[in-house]
Design a protein around this ligand. Sequence first.
Ligand SMILES: Nc1ncnc2c1ncn2[C@@H]1O[C@H](COP(=O)(O)OP(=O)(O)OP(=O)(O)O)[C@@H](O)[C@H]1O
Length: 291
Amino acid sequence: MFPERKVLLVVNPISGDLDKDVIFEKVIAAADAGGYDLRIYQTTGDNDPETIREMVKNINPERVMVAGGDGTISMVAQSICNTDIILGIIPAGSANGLAVDFGVSGSLDFALETAFGANVIGVDAVRINGDISLHLSDIGLNALLVKNYENSDTRGKLGYAREMLKTLSEHQNFRVRITTSTEVIETEALIVIIANAQKYGTGVSINPTGNMSDGFFELVIAKKLDFIETAKILTGNTDFNPEIMQVISVQQADIECLDTEAHFQIDGEYKGTVKNLKAEILKGYVKVAVP
Ligand SMILES: Nc1ncnc2c1ncn2[C@@H]1O[C@H](COP(=O)(O)OP(=O)(O)OP(=O)(O)O)[C@@H](O)[C@H]1O
């Protein structure tokens, strides 16, 4: 007899620098101890969302464990949204901002205990122009940095620092109009962040009151900053400063760039330039196992 309780493990073999063999061994042992029938899928970078959806439909797992970075976690979350399937997170990316925001940081054993544990919450998502953001998306300075970093051939801290200097010299502020159900804000901006979570992968806490389950997201609007202040934010050396940033908590918002198109990124992935964004909260989008 096959056990009724099934679990699917999705592993991105190329993410971060973690030895995936250790993850396989530990998940196999934990699934065995919990009486789960374990299935494994390694992502290929080609048609993964479709394949995972199909596997989820056929296997009907109680949980899906994901070992990868933010991109893989977000992809798997979108494959099981609005179901009772529980997402278990095993951080294995280069930055793991999403996992950190879920409180899943530290040892692999801790992540596994959490991923197989009983504490489960419904996590919201933000739909932005039809795409899904679980973490932090923005227009302006940081999105340009994401673009420059994606296009550069150096990786690591040095590459990041080089792209940051390039970004700071290229960036221009833009005029933006933000319309919510209660107000219209028109301002010059360096960056407008659409924040479901609190922290960037660099560790900088940009939205200290953010809660991923409250049915709201925040708009964090940073007006003109000086060079040093901006560099500190981008490198994760300073946290949210209420004197230079405005935060509003909303369920939906329209964002219009008034004079020029602005660079746009969703959860660390560059999306090109945009003039208009429509953002709305999707409450209880996916069930996630948390500490
Ligand atoms: N087998 C594979 N070969 C090449 N690319 C892959 C493969 N599997 C997944 N990918 C790609 O990996 C990317 C997602 O990476 P992911 O976000 O998980 O890790 P990361 O970039 O190391 O971490 P972080 O988001 O924390 O910086 C996607 O672009 C996906 O297409």
